[in-house]
Write a protein that binds this ligand. Structure first.
Ligand code: RP5
Length: 163
């Protein structure tokens, strides 16, 4: 178990599940919980406080609306915390601003809203873990190469199509 993923509600799961897909592709183990900063504050605190001792290296916190989950987790753990704003209301802008504007000293590294942000939370966690894992660093290099090759292949096909 190397990445801890937590979401504020089961309603976040369709977006949050994309994190696990990316981590699986790169062979990174993860755990996933539903815990709310507002509805289960004691359990959210406990999860954050015990995360490092359970072997987690990065925590990804996903929540919508007044999204305080990432901030609460960052308050109770010194692990790097990544926040994913979920588009539950107001186009996700409320969640984005709730997550990103942390007081100095207690950072939550915030990615984009929704699906792209969820995927990038996984990619960012992978980059952090790859700093101290040569095998993972190698798989990350390969994954980036595959992304580059796909775009170049798509461009070549487009050029052929356009004549
Ligand atoms: C947040 O409130 C959750 O992360 C979710 O995005 C939003 C709405 O929760 P539900 O009312 O769908 O449970 O805490």
């Amino acid at each position: 178990m190397r990445v801890g993923i937590v979401m504020g509600s089961k309603s976040d799961l369709p977006i949050v599940s994309k994190i696990g897909v990316v981590l699986d592709e790169l062979g990174v183990a993860w755990e996933m919980r539903i815990l709310s900063a507002h509805r289960t504050p004691a359990q959210a605190e406990e999860w954050a406080r015990t995360a490092q001792d359970r072997g987690l290296g990065v925590l990804i916190c996903c929540a919508g609306m007044a999204a305080h989950l990432g901030g609460v987790v960052a308050a109770h753990s010194l692990l790097p915390v990544i926040g994913v704003p979920i588009n539950a209301s107001l186009g996700g802008i409320d969640s984005l601003l709730s997550i990103v504007q942390m007081p100095p000293g207690v950072p939550v590294g915030t990615v984009g809203i929704g699906s792209a942000g969820a995927k990038n939370a996984a990619w960012l966690a992978i980059r952090i873990l790859a700093l101290s894992d040569r095998g993972l660093a190698g798989r990350l290099i390969e994954a980036r190469r595959a992304m580059t090759e796909k775009v170049l292949k798509d461009d070549a096909a487009l050029q052929t199509q356009l004549g």
